[in-house]
Design a binder for this molecule. Structure first.
Ligand code: BGC
Length: 850
């Protein structure tokens, strides 16, 4: 047996992360005959001292082992974990963590370039070092920054410090820069740009200077644990080669300006000035944004309009890099798009986002990439421009020789799950949802990565969060999103904004819409169910409670039952069941809002129970049962059928446990099945209904209908999009029409993960793997085989270890099941109403003999 994935607060060997309260986790792999953890021992060391020793702890929780010790700032700790199993085998492994500045005061001062605020700047400082063993840079640059020491970029992350609720905190990064510092003279340069902080953000033209109207920098460099330099008025500033950049429009890079950085002349000073409207500096929560997969050009297209377009074969979020050698002042322009129209370049669905990258050559050979922007794209149009910006065709030969590579950028979390079936199109759908997750998790869970939005829409994030937690290891990522959410709630009387981080103007500043705001409870609850961290649940609990309290206070102001009685709600956004055109669904938004109110009150009561907040548990449990009664009174008829006669109406009733007692014969379930059948066996749900529909069908004995919906290939269906060449999930069921044209109704992102929520059903119902205890220490495995798929298998590297659940049809019509249960975990395997408890190990069953 071996120990693996030792983590501190869900991060491997964190450097400078917010790690209080301190919590450790680990996994056992290759367990052999070992089944149970007898005890675990965790020791923490600082230099040569043992600062913590748990001893042989028989109750040690491998998902969330909390340790309450005082930590010192800027200090490296190592730790070891030893696990003893029931069969006498043991294993031991070590890892480390290093604190950031914690609450330590900064000696450094905030500085801003003494230049026109609209000119992006590079800040510089030279310094001398006699000797270095270790060097650490503690830094925050606003809006976004890159640091270079002696010409080498520090660290592997991009777009630091990322996108967070700057009003409430400013996250700092720590870089191990030991390898870049040399004895003698050194130069540090920090490139600053607008980013989300002060660049254009928001649709309909958006807003600028949202969080500040200048760029700022603060930094301290420690060499061998001593403060060597810090930002102060001795720093210098100069115009940046990134002469223009923002998140939506892209970047213009002038290599001639880069040349000037090498000269020691012509530098201006800096001004000591701190960002005014921002929160305090804090250790980081955000995972770094890093490069992940790389894509080559799969075809170089020349269109009927004589456009040269690179096709990378997959819609990704990131940018394109290449080696460039063009005459001085000749420019190359790349423009992003998701789809071709009539074989020509098209990106009108990006709305006002220009999504360009322009590089002006200084006549020298260079490796070229954007710095302070990103693109959601599959295609890039390439053009050459003269010094004045007119398109020229002279460099077609250079184009042919240039090797373009697309790099996917996202927050640095790992993939943990996969589903595969005997149907290739379904497998493609799974991958498309995975790619929509990868493409929309760049520090913030965004609606889309390409047009003039890219915002942390809470509703989209909420409906997709269960799928997200199955596919990837998300606790650290969500920890930061939920921190921001709570911060925003703190000035909205507990209400949750439509987007987090909240934009302070326009409709993106609004809040409290169902089920967008319900993200405040549903996401932390899903995170708890999936990863089993009580520490994180406790951190999130105040925000969960605040949202339900906010709803209660508002609804109680209007006399009557415990229901949501007014307000604007996006509800079943973009569903197809409303005869009136527009994005709103037919299901009564107040029914949906009240059902979510119930769901949230219930989850808060459960969370309170887990955390030992007895009074809250009782209070919210009572509130939940009052809401349920009220919903049943108002929204269900005398037979117990929901009066919202839509697929979504029934799916909510079933999935949220709202079916009244008088519905003894399953009339809601039958009605749901009937509504699908009479709709030509197709769905017509929006954001809300789509995440609940297939689970509701399977749960009520209609898995066959759920699989029919999965396998439909004509509009509206998931495979309709697959057949039309989708490589990610679309915003609308028909964002692309059958003739290949973008839907003229507008609002058509081709990378919008919401309808990808079907993937959670693939894991939890098709393969049947769902948590019975938080963190998958105990699971239910209740697969639902369907001959049309041939087989289905999922592998899930949960916090408790790796599970496998597979089923396959034999030629004789029987089904074989293969199950794997990890060390110290347990599964209840359910088949045709019979069940069996499975401890750690590998199992094979046949439907013929089970
Ligand atoms: C976004 C959505 C979002 C919606 C709410 C859209 O523009 O792209 O996904 O949730 O607005 O109105």
């Amino acid at each position: 047996m071996k120990l693996s994935e030792l983590k501190v607060n869900h991060v491997t060997a964190p450097l400078g992360f917010k790690i209080t309260p301190l919590s450790f986790s680990w996994k056992v792999k290759d367990a052999g005959e070992a089944k149970r953890q007898k005890w675990a021992r965790l020791c923490i060391f600082c230099e040569d001292n043992t600062v913590f020793d748990s001893g042989e702890d028989t109750s040690a929780d491998s998902l969330d082992y909390q340790v309450d010790i005082g930590l010192l700032p800027r200090t490296r700790y190592t730790f070891s974990v030893e696990v003893m199993a029931d069969n006498g085998e043991s294993a031991k492994a070590s890892s480390s963590f290093e604190t950031g500045k914690m609450n330590e005061n900064w000696t450094a001062k905030w500085i801003t370039p003494d230049m026109d605020a609209n000119t992006a700047a590079v800040l510089r400082k030279t310094f001398t070092v006699d000797h270095t063993d270790t060097a650490r840079l503690y830094i925050c640059g606003l809006g976004v920054y890159e640091v270079y020491i002696n010409g080498q970029k520090a660290g592997k992350e991009f777009l630091a410090p990322g996108y967070h609720s700057y009003d409430f905190h400013l996250q700092t990064q720590v870089y191990d820069v030991s390898e870049y510092i040399k004895d003698g003279e050194n130069t540090v340069m920090v490139w600053l740009a607008d980013g989300w902080f002060r660049g254009r953000l928001g649709f309909d033209g958006g807003f600028t200077n949202l969080y500040g109207d200048k760029c700022y920098l603060i930094a301290e460099l420690y060499v061998d644990n001593k403060l060597l330099i810090q930002t102060d008025d001795s720093w210098k500033s100069k115009e940046s080669p990134v002469v223009f950049s923002n998140i939506y429009d892209g970047e213009i890079y002038d290599a001639n300006v880069e040349d000037r950085l090498n000269s020691i002349d012509g530098w201006s000073g800096v001004i000591l000035e701190a960002p005014e409207k921002c929160g305090e500096l804090s250790d980081r929560y955000s995972l770094p944004i890093v490069k992940k997969e790389t894509f080559n050009v799969v075809s170089m297209l020349n269109t009927p309009k004589n456009e040269d377009v690179l096709d990378f074969g997959q819609e990704i979020t990131g940018w394109v890099e290449f080696d460039c050698e063009l005459p001085k002042d000749i420019q190359i322009r790349l423009t992003a798009s998701e789809i071709m129209q009539d074989n020509c370049f098209y990106n009108e669905n990006y709305r006002t986002a220009k999504s360009e990258f322009i590089y002006r050559s200084n006549g020298k050979k260079a490796h070229v990439r954007p710095h302070f922007t990103f693109y959601g794209f599959r295609y890039m149009k390439v053009e050459y421009l003269d010094s004045k910006g007119s398109v020229i065709n002279r460099y077609k030969e250079a184009l042919k020789k240039t090797v373009f590579k697309a790099y996917h950028l996202r927050s640095d979390f790992d993939e943990i799950g996969s589903v595969q079936t005997g149907n290739k199109k379904v497998n493609k759908l799974f991958l498309n949802a995975l790619w929509s997750q990868k493409g929309n998790f760049l520090d913030v869970p965004t609606d889309c990565p390409q047009r003039d939005e890219r915002l942390g829409w809470t509703g989209d994030a909420q409906v997709f969060s269960e799928t997200a937690c199955y596919n990837m290891f998300m606790p650290a990522f969500y920890r930061k999103y939920l921190w921001d959410m709570r911060a925003e709630q703190s000035v909205l009387k507990g209400s949750v904004p439509n987007v987090v981080p909240r934009l302070k103007e326009g409709m993106v500043a609004e809040h409290g819409s169902c089920p967008w705001a319900d993200a405040g409870v549903i996401i932390p609850w899903n995170v708890y169910l999936h990863y089993g961290s009580k520490t994180l649940l406790k951190e999130c609990y105040p925000g969960m409670k605040a949202w339900v309290e906010c709803e209660r206070t508002k609804e109680e102001k209007i006399e009557g039952l415990h229901l949501i009685k007014d307000g604007f709600h996006f509800a079943d956004w973009l569903s197809l069941d409303n005869p009136e055109s527009g994005p709103f669904g037919a299901t009564d938004p107040l029914y949906i809002a009240s059902a979510y109110y119930y769901k949230c009150a219930k989850s808060v009561s459960k969370a309170a129970g887990i955390l030992g907040y007895d009074e809250d548990e009782r209070k919210f449990s009572k509130l939940a049962s009052d809401i349920k009664e009220a919903v049943q009174d108002k929204y269900f008829d005398k037979d117990g059928l929901c009066v919202c006669h839509t697929q979504t109406g029934a799916a909510i009733a079933i999935e949220y446990g709202l079916i009244p007692e008088q519905d003894k014969d399953g009339i809601e379930a039958a009605a749901l099945a009937e509504r699908v059948k009479t709709n030509n066996n197709h769905l017509n749900t929006g954001f809300v209904g789509t995440s609940l529909l297939c689970p509701a069908l399977t749960r009520t004995g209609n898995n066959e209908i759920a699989v029919t919906l999965l396998l439909n290939e004509d509009f509206p269906s998931w495979l309709y999009c697959v057949n039309l060449g989708a490589t990610t999930i679309w915003e609308r069921w028909n964002s692309v029409l059958e003739d290949g044209h973008i839907n003229p109704e507008g609002m058509n992102s081709l990378n919008h993960y919401s309808y990808g929520s079907i993937v959670a059903w693939m894991y939890k119902d098709l393969c049947g793997l769902r948590p019975a205890l938080p963190g998958f220490k105990k699971v239910v495995i209740e697969p639902h085989a369907d001959k049309r798929l041939g087989y289905a298998k999922c592998v899930l590297n949960t916090s408790a270890g790796i599970y496998k659940s597979e089923w396959k049809y034999n030629e004789d019509g029987s089904v074989v099941y293969h199950i794997e249960v990890p060390f110290n975990a347990e599964a209840e395997f359910i088949l045709d109403g019979k069940s069996q408890v499975l401890l750690t190990g590998t199992y094979d069953f046949s439907s013929a003999t089970f």
